[in-house]
Design a protein around this ligand. Structure first.
Ligand SMILES: *[C@@H]1O[C@H](CO)[C@@H](O)[C@H](O)[C@H]1NC(C)=O
Ligand SMILES: *[C@@H]1O[C@H](CO)[C@@H](O)[C@H](O)[C@H]1NC(C)=O
Ligand SMILES: *[C@@H]1O[C@H](CO)[C@@H](O)[C@H](O)[C@H]1NC(C)=O
Length: 474
């Protein structure tokens, strides 16, 4: 059996799905239908690229409804006819940014960031969309900490896990950085989500933020995945390059693992966004993996965690860890790479002996029990992009940048609309994912992504690596 792993090229989203019986089973994607969601209603719908109209979605298979959230709206879409996706319903809110949605059993869980002066956000629990009354009926509104970023439940829907990111913000009036307490919220519904609940915001105390103190103090929980038994939650602490493990029964953080560093003397990296092209070579720099999305993978009766190593930094007016290599090392090619100022400094010489950059530029697989690294994609995603999608190499996906003219922002490493597909042979002795294909949302156009969006011309295309190889061989 082959399992497929889909990695969104901004390396912040992962899907592990689709089984095919053999390696040679050719899979192909066709666009069946597109639907564009408004980011706001005034009351007329407003559309635009990069406005967070559809931040997250969750599919409810028995009713074939999609719950899509973004910006200030919840949308319900009907997928009964996949060639004709239709928006059935929308509900709008004010002074919020909706960050996530998760459907479990008969309920929909939606996370709201409170944009009113960074007050606590909440998770709302609704019954499934009622087609007869055309309503989304609220069951609970549960106050959690600042900026709940992800919601997930155990398969029985009786435990809700909330990643409370609590990103800091600049307080301009007092010229300071305010850093609220980040953490992991557990909400338990012993009789199911219709009944009463108990709440434990594990963050309070355990992971209180203090920038002058130790590693665990200024974490920003980002993404959650569960072990196969549904007893442990693994939570990525992106900026801190770590993963926390929460025991759902005892409601305690039982472990915090640091993820170590990727040695770029052993693989090729293009560190510059201003060198006018593809320049891959080893450099003396370490990458912090810093995953956003993490997903559990069952391989031969053992749990592994796949991590999408996006990278992120703390960069605010009143605190920033960002520097460019050029601040320390004179090198035209290398100098643009962003590195952290909080690690690698020799206290005697006050020089940086080691440099640490943000993100791993790929994905990794780790043993869940001890977080040891069993696989890393190295430089393969960048190498395959240079080979198969050269016009998208370094593309940062921004609206203003022409699709084929965006070869220079690699150090910021954002390439929207492209998905790398890997396959994994589940009968093999070791975990060795193979690159299969790119699926990408723009063609070889010189239009900007914004123009393609406005023209409703963003459609998914697929580029198969093995197809290329067979063409080359022919
Ligand atoms: C698509 O669905 C909508 C809403 O149900 C319906 O009005 C429309 O006729 C359908 N279009 C097609 C082509 O089936
Ligand atoms: C935002 O915070 C205000 C003030 O505490 C509160 O009245 C409001 O209900 C909150 N909104 C949400 C969506 O949590
Ligand atoms: C810091 O620099 C000094 C002087 O070059 C050197 O002797 C020392 O080993 C360095 N410290 C570390 C931790 O590398």
């Amino acid at each position: 059996m082959y399992l497929h792993i889909f990695i969104f090229m901004c390396l912040d989203t992962l899907i592990i799905a689709m089984q095919t019986p053999t390696k040679d089973t050719k899979f192909k994607f066709n666009t069946l239908s597109n639907v564009y969601l408004p980011y706001a209603y005034t009351p007329d719908p407003l559309f635009g690229l990069g406005e967070d109209a559809a931040e997250q979605l969750s599919f409810e298979p028995s009713s074939k409804l999609i719950y899509a959230v973004g910006n200030t709206n919840i949308h319900v879409l009907d997928m009964a006819d996949v060639t004709n996706l239709t928006v059935l319903f929308h509900q709008s809110y004010t002074s919020v940014a909706i960050t996530d949605v998760h459907v479990c059993g008969g309920h929909v869980f939606v996370a709201f960031d409170n944009t009113t002066r960074h007050e606590d956000g909440c998770v709302n629990v609704y019954k499934l969309y009622n087609k007869e009354t055309q309503t989304l009926d609220l069951v609970h509104s549960i106050k959690v900490g600042t900026l709940p970023d992800m919601v997930l439940t155990t398969p029985d829907c009786k435990t809700l896990i909330v990643a409370i990111e609590a990103e800091p913000y600049d307080d301009n009036a007092n010229a300071v950085l305010v850093d609220n307490s980040g953490g992991i919220g557990l909400v338990k519904f012993p009789q199911g989500p219709n009944g009463a609940y108990t709440k434990n915001l594990e963050s309070q105390g355990v992971m209180y933020i203090n920038r002058n103190a130790k590693f665990s103090d200024d974490v920003e929980p980002e993404y959650i995945t569960l072990n196969t038994e549904g007893t442990l939650a693994y939570v990525s602490l992106q900026e801190n390059n770590g993963i926390a493990v929460v025991d759902l029964a005892s409601e305690e953080i039982v472990d915090i693992f640091g993820l170590g560093f990727k040695d770029w003397t052993l693989a090729n990296i293009d560190p510059s966004d201003r060198d006018g092209g593809v320049h891959m070579q080893p450099w003396k720099v370490f990458g912090m993996y810093q995953p956003d999305a993490i997903k559990m993978l069952r391989f031969q009766n053992e749990d592994f965690i796949v991590t999408a190593n996006e990278g992120d930094s703390k960069d605010y007016d009143y605190f920033s860890e960002e520097n460019r290599v050029g601040d320390f090392v004179l090198s035209e090619l290398f100098g643009r790479l962003k590195v952290t100022s909080v690690k690698g400094k020799n206290e005697t010489t006050q020089q940086y002996d080691q440099l640490y950059s943000f993100g791993g530029r790929g994905f990794s697989i780790r043993r869940a029990s001890d977080m040891s690294l069993v696989y890393d994609s190295g430089d393969e995603i960048a190498t395959k992009t240079a080979e198969l999608l050269p016009h998208l190499f370094n593309a940062n996906g921004e609206e203003s940048i022409a699709v084929s003219d965006c070869s220079d922002t690699r150090s910021d490493d954002k390439r929207g609309s492209t998905i790398a597909v890997y396959s994994l042979d589940q009968t093999a002795a070791e975990i060795t994912p193979q690159f299969e294909a790119f699926i990408y949302g723009v063609g070889d156009s010189d239009e900007t992504r914004g123009d393609l969006y406005t023209a409703r011309d963003i459609s998914m295309q697929m580029l198969l690596q093995h197809l290329r190889e067979s063409l080359k061989a022919a």
